[in-house]
Design a protein around this ligand. Structure first.
Ligand SMILES: Nc1nc2c(c(=O)[nH]1)N[C@H]1C(S)=C(S)[C@@H](COP(=O)(O)OP(=O)(O)OC[C@H]3O[C@@H](n4cnc5c(=O)[nH]c(N)nc54)[C@H](O)[C@@H]3O)O[C@H]1N2
Ligand SMILES: Nc1nc2c(c(=O)[nH]1)N[C@H]1C(S)=C(S)[C@@H](COP(=O)(O)OP(=O)(O)OC[C@H]3O[C@@H](n4cnc5c(=O)[nH]c(N)nc54)[C@H](O)[C@@H]3O)O[C@H]1N2
Ligand code: SF4
Ligand SMILES: [Mo]
Length: 738
């Protein structure tokens, strides 16, 4: 154990041999590139958003990154990057990087630096003591969509098979749970069907609750490169940067999408614009869906969405034109709602009805958020076993166990409870230990005040992060110092299912280690290191998880390894051994799913799923007359700011404090001037903010970016019943001058 640790720490400087053998443990770190010259360039994948841009990192003679430039030859970004990508190296050099583990001293109450041995001892003895007293399920894990696939898979297995943890969820619940569940239910597998080429190959693009001009700027560039003179339709309560560029903007009332989409579907049936042949051949029970739509008249849609009838008619004419290629794109305006799964499926249904699936420029397409949210959907071991297998199926459990060389009895038999249910379990006292990896729930979780109350109920809180300054690290009992993007290696999966490699171009500071190494150490310290003996390097782990996809819809057994991925400019799944043989290992650079209209359900047909819309969980009233919407504020800010705030360039491109957008009419009525200090209050708490007067939203609506911690003091904890994704984007508030 000690020898392994010393070797790992030594290895961080890049001085070690390629392979280590320490007692029974072999471990290989992502090495600094060999044969370095001042002109060396290392091709890596950006570690912020799910676009998955390729960055050429220019390294000096010592193998350390000097600067970077976007890769012109890569099929995703073609030489472009957004401000975060250009500044991707800055957060690594930040002064608040963790350089050693920190343990809270019970006497002083302060977090104090300790060595790894002490940290690992605290981790195992404290969690084991809780488990001995309250059972294994008393320790829960909150993970992330921002570490590499290899780390996600190792963490999921370590927690659930090694440590006996039943409850493991991640920030992907806040983000992509709805898309995961919607696709899984409708298509039989979580399978976003598109390629980024579809942005350029559509005649009509409909963005529902998505603001790619800010949140996915490089994808937005791809839209701008569309030469087909496309119609751009934006369905969003706000007139966002994306909506300003639209040919049709539908500023509907919050969460009225479901009614709108059903009315569009009904009208398409009435006008005979439905592809009946496709519907009959490739969907289950289309008649039931058609009958369900009867009450969703255009009149009702106008009343519930607040939109004018001509705008609706234009939408219907554009999306119902069979001569055009129509694609639908959705993001958090859909996923973060109390009825998100059925809303996403209403989009899927429209594409199926009109036969706009599987061809260039079509598809019901969910754009992902974090760099590896797709990896967490496939390998996180929360809702499905790694590789997308169903934990409830004994044959699937046996198969996964066989591939991993584990006893089938160690496989989870059910999916984990969801993030909010873990919070409830802390409240009720059944969860007393929490391990938080690469997420900052004390800022990002909905109804954040409750998180702080629940903290007091936890017997032991471990946080594993790059920084000790995050809101959640500051309240931890033990903080584990992690290497960040650029200091380790592994694979990400982007929104279009493209698997690519992130490379190591810098050494982590002090005693910080890659998450992969931390998980290996914890396994050793816990006493279950034997289970993960074969996981001796990120690339060895890649080969193991690749095998877990064999025969699954996401089969990527045709990928040889990291070099192959780099050579091909990333590879989209599926890419099975047979696929590889058919193209001599060189797949098409852009591929989409369902060209054959064969879905992954037992019948091979897609399911049309629907439900009655439900009222807003917290409607406005006299006491709280404004509806608060929240989301991305600028391209220079990433979530809770722990990384982007460390770049002086990005800070200049972002507001310095929490802002709130208010419509000029409301501002005038309330006597609020631009730049004035205001207080926004909800039933849960209050937040100070600076008023930004703009007609982006409608009167009666406010918008606050999510990048400052105040915002989730206000949000209302409501969830979609199918995906349990939080409804961050609508709650009732007041606003008053400060
Ligand atoms: N710069 C930057 N880029 C990012 C991120 C970041 O933090 N910063 N985060 C990444 C992540 S993890 C994610 S998930 C994505 C999110 O990407 P997006 O989902 O595009 O971003 P949001 O601003 O959260 O929400 C999009 C829009 O949903 C709208 N909306 C709110 N309510 C409704 C509604 O009821 N109906 C409809 N139709 N629309 C509604 C909002 O007004 C907002 O304009 O961005 C990714 N990219
Ligand atoms: N009000 C409101 N709240 C929201 C949203 C919203 O629209 N409105 N959006 C939600 C969505 S979509 C998302 S995705 C979440 C995001 O919420 P969070 O996941 O809480 O946000 P991040 O700031 O990305 O936190 C990631 C943490 O991981 C650390 N980190 C980065 N890389 C590594 C690594 O390699 N290893 C380790 N161990 N740590 C690392 C960073 O320092 C940071 O502290 O927020 C959600 N919250
Ligand atoms: S668009 Fe996303 S992946 Fe591309 S450079 Fe920006 S943050 Fe990185
Ligand atoms: Mo997200």
């Amino acid at each position: 154990m000690k020898a392994l640790l010393d070797a790992l720490l030594h290895a961080r400087d890049g001085k070690m041999t390629r392979e280590l053998t320490q007692g029974p443990t072999r471990y290989r770190l992502g090495m600094l590139p060999e044969r370095l010259s001042p002109a060396s360039v290392v091709r890596s994948t950006c570690g912020y958003c799910s676009t998955g841009c390729s960055l050429n990192i220019h390294v000096g003679p010592d193998g350390r990154a000097l600067n970077l430039s976007p890769d012109p030859a890569y099929p995703v970004n073609r030489g472009m990057a957004c401000p975060k990508g250009w500044e991707a190296l800055a957060p690594l050099a930040a002064g608040d990087r963790l350089t050693s583990p920190l343990l809270r001293n019970p006497e002083s109450g302060r977090l104090e630096p300790v060595d790894w041995h002490t940290a690992l001892k605290a981790f195992t003895t404290r969690f084991k003591a809780l488990q001995a007293e309250h059972g294994p399920a008393t320790v829960a894990v909150l993970s992330t969509g921002q570490i590499v696939c290899e780390e996600m898979a190792l963490l999921g297995l370590l927690a659930r098979s090694g440590m006996g943890v039943s409850h493991l969820d991640s920030n992907t619940r806040q983000c992509m749970a709805t898309s995961h569940v919607a696709y899984r239910q409708s298509f039989g597998f979580d399978a976003p069907p598109f390629s980024y080429a579809d942005f350029e190959e559509s005649d009509v693009l409909v963005f529902v609750g998505a603001n790619p001009a800010i949140a996915h700027p490089i994808l937005w560039q791809r839209v701008m490169e569309n030469r087909r003179q496309p119609e751009l339709i934006v369905i969003d309560p706000r007139r966002t940067e994306t909506a300003m560029a639209a040919t049709l903007h539908l500023p509907l009332l919050p969460k009225s999408d479901l009614c709108l989409l059903y009315a569009v579907a009904r009208q398409l049936f009435l006008e005979g614009k439905v592809d009946r042949t496709y519907l009959e051949a490739h969907t289950e029970e289309p008649a039931a869906f058609e009958a369900f739509l009867a009450p969703y008249t255009l009149e009702r849609a106008c009343a519930e969405t607040g939109l004018e009838r001509p705008a609706l008619e234009r939408l219907i004419a554009l999306v119902g034109n069979p001569a055009k290629r129509v694609s639908w794109w959705w993001t958090m305006g859909v996923n973060q709602s109390h009825q998100s799964t059925r809303t996403a499926q209403a989009i899927i249904n429209l594409c199926l009805m009109t036969g706009q699936v599987g061809r260039p420029g079509t598809g019901p397409n969910s754009i992902t958020g974090q760099c590896n949210a797709m990896g967490s959907r496939l390998f996180g071991n929360s809702s499905t076993l790694p590789g997308g297998h169903d934990p409830a199926e004994p044959a699937a459990r046996a198969r996964v166990a066989r591939i991993l060389g584990l006893d089938t009895a160690l496989m989870p038999t059910a999916k984990s409870i969801a993030y909010d249910q873990i919070m409830d379990a802390i409240d009720e006292g059944s969860v007393k230990g929490l391990w938080v990896v690469a997420t900052n729930p004390a800022h990002s979780w909905i109804g954040q005040n409750r998180f702080h109350e629940l903290r007091a109920k936890l017997g032991f809180l471990v946080v594993q992060d790059m920084y000790g300054t995050t809101e959640v690290a500051q309240v931890a009992d033990l903080v584990l110092p992690a290497a960040g993007w650029g200091e380790k290696e592994g694979t990400f999966i982007n929104s279009e299912r493209r698997i690519s490699v992130a490379r190591r171009v810098a050494a982590p500071p002090g005693l910080a280690l890659p998450d992969f190494a931390i998980f290996k150490l914890i396994a050793e310290a816990w006493g279950c290191g034997e289970l993960f003996r074969a996981w001796d390097s990120p690339e060895a782990a890649f080969r193991i998880i690749r095998e877990l996809t064999r025969g699954q819809p996401a089969d990527f057994t045709g990928i040889e390894g990291y070099e192959h991925l780099q050579q091909e400019g990333g590879i989209q799944w599926p890419f099975s051994e047979a696929d590889s043989a058919a193209c001599a290992g060189s797949p098409l650079r852009e591929r989409r799913l369902f060209a054959d209209a064969r879905f992954f359900t037992p019948s091979g047909k897609a399911r049309l799923l629907f439900a009655e819309p439900r009222p807003l969980p917290e409607p406005t009233d006299e006491e709280y007359p404004f509806c608060l919407n929240t989301g991305r504020g600028s391209s220079a800010q990433w979530h809770t700011g722990s990384r982007t705030n460390k770049s002086s360039v990005l800070r200049k491109l972002s507001p310095a404090a929490q802002i709130v957008e208010i419509h000029p009419e409301d501002a005038r009525r309330l006597g609020i001037v631009d730049g004035a200090a205001v207080i926004v209050r909800s039933r849960r708490g209050e937040a100070s903010a600076i008023a930004t007067i703009s007609p982006v939203g409608r009167p009666g609506q406010l918008f606050m970016p999510m990048h400052f911690p105040e915002v989730n003091r206000l949000t209302h904890p409501a969830y979609d019943p199918h995906s349990r994704q939080p409804a961050y984007k609508a709650c009732a508030v007041t606003i008053t001058p400060a």
